[in-house]
Design a protein around this ligand. Structure first.
Ligand SMILES: [Zn+2]
Length: 295
């Protein structure tokens, strides 16, 4: 029996549940998909060390998303490790291996000790995006089921949830990015994720807005775009370390999920090729250097 951790008090969990419920509502409202409209979706955050987020069981005329506290704690740990400038890539890899080994043993690992206080804004934004992406994937399962998607194997089901989840997540996160933020608050931006179509139809106006952006807003847009792509990458990277820890412990993984390393490239398939190159060069490669894939 692992010792009961003090930080999973019911107060903390219920607060987390409230913010997670708010995040869910925002994702659903932003997407405005008929598949999600009017559905009863309940979220349950469980005070457990595990690394679980899943849909089920079905609740009356709706769905339940279950999430272990351990998943949020691990995401937090990963972000603090990433922003700890004193840590080398090798140290980060070793720390993550140790962390995930503890998770596999059913223990709640300690919090990351070095809090890089100067990076608090980046950590908060990235942390929020990571959580959105995890929740959006679960909502993706619900969208997929509501649409009647059919699969021949469980891996396809996960790839479909990744796809729908990515569209939900990307749509919501983009609303925070100039000039979309302005258009969105003026009620001019469609709530659907398909902003590309709006840009094509309103090319001149969009170009004008981009041109008029101050250098500060431009820099902010670049930083936000970086975070939008970094978050899913980080979620998958921590999963890679978890998968490795399970293998090392000789535990057979359920064959329901494709390896995390195979899921990441799927996200890049949903954006134009020119953007893919940018994302690889500016965001994903530097992240791979900071936190290398498990050997
Ligand atoms: Zn899934």
């Amino acid at each position: 029996m692992p010792p009961a951790p003090h930080w999973t008090s019911s107060v903390t969990v219920s607060r987390l549940r409230a913010t997670a419920a708010g995040d869910l509502q925002e994702l659903i409202a932003t997407a405005d998909w008929s598949e999600l409209r009017g559905r009863r979706i309940v979220i349950r955050i469980e005070p457990r060390a595990g690394y679980v987020a899943q849909v089920g069981p079905r609740v009356l005329r709706g769905w339940m998303i279950r999430m272990h506290f351990g998943l949020l704690a691990a995401t937090n740990y990963l972000l603090l490790l990433l922003f700890d400038e004193a840590a080398t890539p090798a140290k980060r890899a070793a720390q993550l291996r140790a962390y995930m080994a503890a998770v596999v043993r059913g223990e709640l690992p300690p919090r990351y000790p070095d809090f890089p206080a100067t990076k608090v804004t980046e950590i908060e934004v990235l942390g929020r995006f990571c959580k959105w992406f995890i929740l959006a994937h679960e909502l993706g399962h619900i969208v997929s089921a509501a649409r009647g998607d059919r699969f021949t194997c469980p891996f396809e089901e996960e790839f479909a949830a990744d796809k729908w989840g990515w569209l939900l997540y990307y749509g919501r996160a983009q609303m925070m990015l100039p000039p979309f933020d302005e258009l969105h608050s003026a009620g001019e931006m469609p709530t659907s994720w398909d902003r590309q179509r709006w840009i094509e139809q309103n090319g001149d106006r969009f170009a004008q807005l981009v041109n008029e952006m101050s250098s500060e807003r431009r820099a902010f847009a670049t930083a936000m775009n970086h975070c939008i792509w970094a978050a899913p990458h980080l979620v998958f990277r921590s999963l890679e370390y978890l998968e490795r820890a399970f293998r090392e412990a000789g535990v057979m993984l359920a064959r329901t999920h494709p390896p995390a390393a195979d899921r990441r490239p799927g996200l890049l398939a949903h954006v134009p090729a020119a953007l893919t190159d940018q994302v690889l060069l500016k965001t994903l490669r530097p992240l791979d250097e900071a936190i290398p894939a498990p050997a």
